[in-house]
Design a protein around this ligand. Structure first.
Ligand code: AHR
Length: 326
């Protein structure tokens, strides 16, 4: 009997060990087969950014059998993004994706990615033109120059071609700010002799800064007819400042911004914002599909451009607000 019990115990142990080793080999196999991607997010400067993060995390969480996402939050610091990217290189991820906080200062770390043979996807913002473009593989982003131009065309119509305009810029040195400004200012300079841009200051893409800068501009200039905000978050701040100054946003001062978040559509319905030019943060599917293609050795386009729209008051309905994903 003792012998039988011993034999049964040994058999049970063997079965357990086999099961464990199977699990281990499955785990390894699954891990090796999965697309391992490192994403170095900028931080939380706006609801837009949180929507981008949520989309990426939601998308990956539903596909853990095929995707292994390593996500880092750089808390608004370029050095933290660089540190996170170096961590992903050490891990040996398949692909690295990140939105460059600013356009410059990436050569060294991008060279390290290239030397490690890891493709890089720039997301929602680009790097300076002077950077060797072989250092990144592709960019998935909106056309920010186009957005600035569209904003200018709408502002020109709202003002009937003349008036004093101020500009609330995004983060200093961020491509989304540099290029939106370029598009807006160039269009105005070439087409609108009656419109004068009297001031252009950074509100760092945040509501609080947008409000603060708008309040100081209202104190400095008494005839502001329009404000171009480089994102909706700053427009929300500008709306508050304009109200606190005893004026009606959207009427006394026309406001055009960029992003197309649900809150901006609500403000358009309320008559306090005149237009938002879309810049979608819903990029997860494109990011992961592109990363999978790169892992498979396929070639992808250098710039995968978002298909954005221009939302003036005549185009915004309650249904649009209700169905807005971000
Ligand atoms: O790079 C995209 C921009 O970054 C969005 O317009 C803005 O809201 C965010 O801060």
């Amino acid at each position: 009997m003792k012998k039988l019990i011993s034999l049964l115990l040994v058999a049970a142990l063997c079965l357990t060990l086999t099961a464990c080793s199977d699990n281990n080999s499955n785990a390894k196999k699954t891990k090796n087969d999965r697309l391992v991607i490192g994403f170095a997010q900028i931080g939380h400067e706006a609801g837009w950014r949180d929507a981008e993060t949520a989309d990426i995390q939601w998308y990956a969480a539903r596909r853990t059998d095929t995707i292994e996402l390593h996500f880092a939050d750089a808390q608004g610091q370029q050095e933290n993004q660089i540190k996170a990217i170096r961590g992903f290189i050490d891990m040996g991820v398949d692909v690295i994706a990140f939105p460059p906080l600013v356009e410059t200062g990436w050569e060294e770390v991008l060279t390290e990615c290239k030397n490690a043979g890891i493709p890089v996807i720039l997301v929602d913002r680009g790097v300076d033109d002077s950077i060797d473009d072989s250092l990144y593989t592709t960019m998935i982003a909106s056309d920010h120059v186009w957005a600035g131009e569209q904003a200018a065309i709408v502002m020109e119509n709202l003002l009937g071609g003349s008036g004093v305009v101020v500009e609330l810029e995004g983060t200093v040195g961020a491509s989304a700010a540099v290029q939106r400004k370029q598009g807006f200012d160039s269009y105005m300079a070439a087409n609108c002799p009656g419109i004068e841009i009297v001031a252009s200051e950074s509100g760092d893409f945040t509501l609080d800064m947008g409000k603060e800068v708008m309040a100081s501009l209202l104190a400095a200039y008494d005839s502001i007819a329009g404000v171009f905000c480089h994102n909706d978050e700053m427009a929300m701040g500008a709306i508050e400042a304009i109200k606190e100054a005893g004026l009606k946003p959207g009427e006394d001062i026309k406001i055009v911004s960029v992003d197309g978040v649900k809150g901006a559509f609500e403000a358009i319905l309320a008559g306090e914002l005149n237009c938002t030019v879309e810049c979608t943060p819903i990029l997860a599917q494109q990011i992961f599909d592109t990363a999978a293609a790169l892992k498979a050795g396929e070639t992808v386009e250098k710039w995968i451009m978002s298909d954005d729209g221009v939302y003036t008051a005549d185009k915004v309905t309650q249904e649009l607000v209700d169905n807005r994903a971000y």
